[in-house]
Design a protein around this ligand. Structure first.
Ligand SMILES: NC(=O)c1ccc[n+]([C@@H]2O[C@H](COP(=O)([O-])OP(=O)(O)OC[C@H]3O[C@@H](n4cnc5c(N)ncnc54)[C@H](O)[C@@H]3O)[C@@H](O)[C@H]2O)c1
Length: 144
């Protein structure tokens, strides 16, 4: 099998929505996608962090839209997905990255009272419902 060959940016004109975009992995991902030609929707609860991420995306020559939102709130999910789709004409890739690292220890030792709160942002049900419901059908794209 031969590796795919790309002459230009690999994500030219693609639209990538990234949650947790103010954080380390989210920002790095946004900059990388932008450098490969994608337009990026940046979603996070942190307004200041989003501002810094957008600056990093623009420094890389990219275009982005920031949406301050909480991924655990269904109404927010609808709002940020609509905002990004309206601005860029659709969404090709969802990177559902928002989350809280929480306690780094074996599951059986995890503080019970913190578990649900720490893992709530990682529950992708709300996003998936909307994609599966056909509001933002992903045609040949990617949901991670
Ligand atoms: N860094 C690691 O070693 C590691 C390891 C395993 C998993 N992860 C997971 O990868 C993801 C990104 O990690 P990171 O290191 O960039 O973390 P980070 O803390 O730097 O970034 C996470 C971002 O998610 C945002 N966020 C949290 N809850 C949110 C919510 N409800 N709505 C919207 N935004 C919210 C935070 O504001 C933050 O900007 C997280 O889900 C983390 O749990 C990270």
């Amino acid at each position: 099998m031969t590796a795919p060959h790309f002459d230009g940016p690999r994500f030219d004109k693609k639209v990538v929505l990234i949650t947790g975009a103010a954080g380390g992995i989210g920002r790095a991902t946004a900059v990388r996608f932008a450098a490969e030609g994608a337009r990026v929707g940046l979603v996070d609860v942190s307004r200041d962090g989003l501002r810094e991420s957008l600056a990093a995306v623009e420094k890389a020559g990219g275009t982005g839209l920031t949406v301050e939102a909480d991924v655990t709130r269904s109404a927010d999910v609808t709002r940020y997905a609509a905002a990004v789709a309206d601005r860029f004409g659709g969404i090709d890739c969802f990177f559902n990255n928002a989350g809280i690292l929480g306690a780094v220890r074996p599951l059986v030792e995890y503080p019970e009272d913190a578990f649900e709160e720490d893992h709530r942002p990682a529950n992708p049900a709300a996003v998936h419902d909307r994609i599966a419901g056909g509001i933002y059908p992903v045609d040949g794209g990617s949901v991670a």
